[in-house]
Ligand binder design. Structure first.
Ligand SMILES: [Zn+2]
Length: 282
């Protein structure tokens, strides 16, 4: 559902969804029985007892004369990591009357393969008029040979296909510190899952909306911030960031959306000393 805030409309666009990842692969350190309390609470995040139901969500932010895309999904595929499916992002945009050339900014929250899939195609930026933004620390990390080699094991060649053409075309800009890229539209580093992951924060009067990317992979981690996904590159930093985000988003009573959660925004509630993810009901 679209959210209207700070003069913007924010719409989640699901690039792909389905049963792709066994719990034991994504959360190898969490015993299956520990998921029990969360099965009833978040039924649409499980495909089966031992299998997650995963969404890969991008966001369209329109307002103040800007058309901004947050993240670029899995891409044209077929993607073996995601059941050989093809991403739907361009169709989702077309359904809203938008061509790739209408996007003026693409925020890449981080450089994992399910967030930059549509960034480039056939050696050219997919969004021909857009400036692409990534955190400087993220770009530095994903240019390292050891990181590229590790990523190649997971998704062969995706950085060559999706990232390098952006640099060759001169459309990739880096963000260093917390940056306001448009009125009320902020980028803030949210490290741990990857070293330079960013969250996108819209600040209105009143209210705020946080797009926290993969700070949390599953809503159970709101209650269990120490649960790490296998894709958290720095686990202790990821845990620290989860606690920081929970504290601040709760304090602000922010609406929170995460790339792999169900697409309904939620709030962070606190009860009996722990946090809880509560999707909004209206
Ligand atoms: Zn992801």
């Amino acid at each position: 559902m679209p959210v209207t805030l700070a003069g913007y409309t924010v719409e989640p666009l699901v690039d792909v969804e389905g049963a792709f990842f066994p719990l034991a692969i994504v959360f190898p350190d969490v015993p299956l029985e520990s998921w029990e309390p969360y099965r009833d609470r978040f039924p649409d995040t499980f495909a089966r007892e031992d299998m997650l139901y995963t969404r890969v969500t991008c966001y369209l932010i329109r307002g103040h004369g800007r058309t901004v895309l947050v993240d670029a999904g899995i891409g044209a595929g077929p993607d073996p990591l995601f059941g050989h499916q093809r991403g739907r992002l361009l169709q989702e945009l077309a359904q809203r009357g938008l061509a790739p050339g209408d996007i003026d900014t693409v925020i890449l929250t981080h450089l994992h393969p399910d967030h930059i899939g549509w960034a480039a195609q056939s050696g050219q930026p997919t969004f021909p008029r857009a400036r692409y933004l990534v955190h400087a620390r993220e770009l530095e990390t994903f240019q390292r040979e050891d990181v590229r080699a590790a990523m190649h094991q997971i998704a062969p060649g995706y950085l060559d296909r999706c990232l390098d053409p952006l640099q060759q075309a001169g459309v990739l800009a880096t963000v260093d510190d917390d940056t306001e890229i448009a009125p009320g539209l902020h980028l803030t580093i949210s490290p741990g899952h990857t070293p330079g992951m960013m969250r996108v924060v819209l600040r209105g009067t009143p209210g705020s909306l946080w797009l926290v990317a993969d700070t949390f992979t599953h809503p159970a981690q709101v209650t269990e911030p120490t649960w790490c996904s296998a894709f958290d590159m720095d686990r202790s930093q990821a845990i620290a960031t989860r606690f920081e985000v929970l504290g601040r988003a709760h304090e602000e009573d922010a609406l929170v959306m995460a790339s792999h959660f169900p697409t309904i925004p939620g709030r962070i509630r606190q009860e009996n000393g722990s946090f809880r993810w509560e999707p909004i009901s209206d």
